[in-house]
Design a protein around this ligand. Structure first.
Ligand code: GTP
Ligand code: MG
Length: 171
């Protein structure tokens, strides 16, 4: 058959936001793992959609590893940025990391698509995706296509909508 187009995606966001859980759910069921542990450094994962073959750099969100992110910015053709919608205390930290990302020379002037997952919507403390986009000032992103999806990794809700959007941006 036709060879799918290869796309490098960076998966970013604070530790414990659910990045690895999301990427795991996007893989074919026979490639999914049962036990997800905090990522050390980063891990390279693959998943496919109808027309694309994604290589994901699933980065650790822990403070001590966040300085690794920027080394992969040049290679990234799309970004998935995951937020724990129930972690109100660290929403400002997530915003700081996002602002640093958006101002980085390897990202700043590129029309790179950014998919946001407002994750952990199943938790009682979770704020809405509209609220998350306000807290992160996403309306200020004018030079890149972006989209925010509410997601619940445990049920797998919202993931397909997000990935469909990303695929459309890359065609
Ligand atoms: P680092 O690798 O440390 O950067 O974290 P991560 O962003 O990869 O988070 P990970 O996928 O390891 O998930 C952290 C914890 O959150 C795990 O216990 C997951 O089961 C849990 N989790 C992930 N998504 C959801 C969700 O949608 N709802 C709830 N309730 N828990 C979630
Ligand atoms: Mg992880």
């Amino acid at each position: 058959g036709l060879k799918k187009k290869e796309v490098n995606v960076l998966c970013l966001g604070l530790d414990n936001s659910g990045k690895t859980t999301i990427i795991n759910k996007l893989k074919p069921s026979n490639a999914q793992t049962q036990d997800i542990v905090p990522t050390i450094g980063f891990s390279i994962e693959k998943f496919k959609t109808s027309s694309l073959s994604f290589t994901v750099f699933d980065m650790s969100g822990q403070g001590r590893y966040r300085n690794l992110w920027e080394h992969y910015y040049k290679e990234g053709q799309a970004i998935i940025f995951v937020i724990d919608s129930s972690d109100k205390l660290r929403m400002v930290v997530a915003k700081e990391e996002l602002d640093t990302l958006l101002n980085h020379p390897d990202i700043k002037h590129r029309r790179i698509p950014i998919l946001f997952f407002a994750n952990k919507m199943d938790l009682r403390d979770a704020v809405s995706s509209v609220k998350v986009s306000q807290l992160l000032s996403l309306e200020n992103i004018k030079d890149k296509p972006w989209h925010i999806c509410a997601s619940d990794d445990l049920k797998g809700e919202g993931l397909q909508e997000g990935v469909d959007w990303l695929q459309d941006q890359i065609q």
